[in-house]
Design a protein around this ligand. Sequence first.
Ligand SMILES: Nc1ncnc2c1ncn2[C@@H]1O[C@H](COP(=O)(O)OP(=O)(O)O)[C@@H](O)[C@H]1O
Ligand SMILES: [Mg+2]
Length: 330
Amino acid sequence: MSEEELDLESLEGVGPATKQKLTAAGIYNVLDLVSRGPIEISDVVNIDLSRAIELVNKARVRLVTLGRIEKDFISATELYKKRQTIERIGTGSKNLDDLLGGGIETQAVTELYGEYGSGKTQLCHTLCVKVQTQKDQGGLSSGAIYVDTENTFRPERIVEIAEAYNLEPEEVLSKIIVAEAYNSAHQELIVREAGRFIEKERIRLLVVDSAVAHYRAEFLGRGTLAERQQRLNRFMHNLLRLAELYNVAVVVTNQVQSAPDVFFGDPTRPVGGHVVAHTSTYRIYLRKAGKNRIARMMDSPCHPEREVVFILDGRGINDPPEETPKRRQS
Ligand SMILES: Nc1ncnc2c1ncn2[C@@H]1O[C@H](COP(=O)(O)OP(=O)(O)O)[C@@H](O)[C@H]1O
Ligand SMILES: [Mg+2]
């Protein structure tokens, strides 16, 4: 794919003036047009939504021609073939990998939600190391981007996990790009810019830990709920488009809040309501059970809803030690 084929001005109807406006908004090429989507384009460039839709459609057609994305109507055979290009990143726990059908998928957004200390951040750290290993080790020989909104990214922990896997810690650290997001707008900006890094640095994993914390803190009270959901919705769709466009695995974490109207069962609900839920391809609910952690697959399109046990240790995520079988007396 050449640069000219992705040049904004190569699209019919885009002249130097529009190109300049787009570039000023961080939209540098045809890929960016598609990944940002029409609503955002109409907003940042200040054009009618209908014109923005037209523009994005033209960009989509170009990417279809270039074989970069699928056309809108494809046969199930083609779809099946496309799904064969999905790859997986191992988690370090065989149990958890089984639950996920082999690991965290590319071309999808996986949401990890759970209470404080349930292991969301630990799993994100582990994936940043695992993605760098070779295929037979559960990796994709690629780097990671870690968007840290809660200031919980710890390079020391990466070093510990890398050493546990006999990897060179310095090298592992150098392949993780950390972006600290100070507020929701900054977090959105980082993800908008992420496409270019993904291409350049051979990134196959994008972590946003946490996706919702800033929105939750900034939009307090009922009055602003609609705006919060709208912004969050846009953000989540941006992530999904990045996942599909660049064949990367996107992992977002989410907090839980107690739902006062639930009297039976688990009274916790993920923050962000159906916005995050509907955009995520897979949702995993993590919870503590003494020293163990339990992961449950929630409403996946292709996995049964079930639970597995894993632990947190020096390797990051691991399986619980096998119980030594008691010797039978015969
Ligand atoms: N080096 C380590 N070895 C073993 N367990 C650890 C280590 N570091 C953190 N943990 C465990 O991880 C837990 C925190 O998990 P974390 O992923 O940060 O939770 P959250 O779901 O809030 O992101 C701690 O309570 C501790 O049990
Ligand atoms: Mg955390």
